[in-house]
Structures are given as C-alpha cells and as structure tokens.
Design a protein around this ligand. Structure first.
Ligand code: ATP
Length: 206
C-alpha cells in the first residue's frame, strides 16, 4: 500500500511531516510519497520556486526512508493535475493499493477537480478530518456509493473507496510560517532546523 500526500509545501513543516508519519502507521503503508505541485490549479502561486520547495522537502525527509519525495509534478509542464499524477503512479504500480490523502477543505472542492470521478478508478481517496469535524455538505450519491468505514476493504481492493480518517493535526500552517519570517520572528520548532537554515540561506519569505 502506498500513500500519496500532495501539497505546495511552501515550506514543508511538522504539521505535514507528523501527519504523513501517522498516516503511514495507521494504514500500515509501505511508504508515503510527498508530491509537491508545480502550478497549483486551485490556489495562488507559491512564493518559493519549485526547486526550492523540492530541496526543502528533501532536507526535511533525509534519513526517513518511508517518506519519499516524488518530483513528478515538477517535471511535467503546465498545471498539476492529480489525475495525471495518479495515472503515472498506477502505471508504475499496477497491482498496489494507492491511497490519495486529501484534507477536508480540499474534499469540499473535490467535484471541481479535473476528471474527479475517474480518480476513484486509480486510487482510494482518504479524507483527513480533524476530530469531531463536520463536513460542509452531505455526500452526493457518487461519493455515498464509494464510502466505506471498513479499513480492511482498502487493503482488499487497489482503488475505488472513499474513507474518512480522523487525525490530530498540529496547529501549524505554511502561511503562518511565511508571515512570521516576513515579520522577522523565528519559525524554529515548527519545521526541521535544516529547512529553517535553508530558508535563511536563500532569504525566502522576507
Ligand atoms: P498554506 O498555509 O500555504 O495553505 P499548508 O500549511 O496548508 O500551506 P499545503 O502545502 O497547502 O500546506 O498542504 C499540503 C497538505 O497538507 C494539505 O492536504 C493540507 O490539508 C495538509 N496540511 C497542512 N497543514 C497541516 C497540518 N498542520 N497538519 C496536517 N496536515 C496539514
């Protein structure tokens, strides 16, 4: 089983890293792929360059062999579509369970994603929720048919289910980190020291 955790990672922080590790353990995954997007389709452009975001991810995950940095979206031209990413992974791992992790905010917009229905022919979709969080909208009929609360089914099939997983998220956001740096406050202990040093060396987010 392989987990897929996409994001802008501008910059990567302990909120991302703790969640990825917890998800890896909860679902007994072989590894999680952290996939930085090139041009996000649904949000503003990142402040750091693609190469800088990638280098920060690599620094943050060195020595952690179960968190793999996957640069495929940076190597493609144009917008980053989850459909393309999952298609490529499915090609490389034809008979492996793929779990696409998305936040509940992203899930509320999911039906605007490119070829969103077909994503379920490529992977399971696991929505990460905060404890006791309520979804904005009731599930549409398509999602209701995919929904399961049996984790075992995710192991038995390679794709096709929708699952909700609660995790305790650390109250850390990349936006807040960028804001602190712009105000000359220290972001230390919210992200790995190696990443903090990189940010200062490259004078990012000032
Ligand atoms: P920004 O503040 O710039 O929006 P972010 O910190 O939310 O950034 P992203 O790169 O946009 O980071 O997030 C990638 C993924 O990580 C998203 O699915 C998001 O829901 C999730 N995520 C972000 N912050 C946390 C956190 N503190 N704990 C767990 N997951 C998080």
């Amino acid at each position: 089983m392989i987990g897929i955790f996409g994001g802008t990672f501008d910059p990567i922080h302990y909120g991302h890293l703790r969640s990825a590790l917890e998800l890896k353990e909860l679902f007994e995954l072989d590894h999680i792929r952290l996939i930085p997007c090139a041009q996000p389709v649904h949000r503003d452009l990142p402040m750091a360059t693609a190469m800088q975001r990638l280098e920060m991810l690599q620094l943050a995950t060195q020595n952690q062999t179960d968190l793999i940095v996957d640069a495929q979206e940076l190597q493609r031209t144009g917008g980053s579509y989850t459909f393309d990413t999952l298609t490529a992974l499915r090609h490389n791992y034809p008979n492996v369970q793929l779990l696409l992790f998305i936040g509940s905010d992203a899930f509320n917009e999911f039906t605007t994603w490119f070829r969103w229905r077909e994503l379920f022919n490529l992977a399971h979709v696991v929505v990460i929720t905060r404890p006791n969080a309520e979804l904005n909208n009731p599930l549409n009929r398509f999602f209701a048919a995919k929904l399961t609360d049996e984790k075992q089914l995710l192991k038995e099939h390679c794709f096709g289910h929708l699952f909700f997983q609660e995790i305790t998220q650390l109250a850390i956001s990349a936006t807040a980190i960028r804001g602190m740096i712009a105000e000359h406050k220290s972001p230390r202990f919210l992200l790995p020291d190696a990443v903090v040093n990189y940010i200062f060396q490259h004078q990012l987010y000032f």
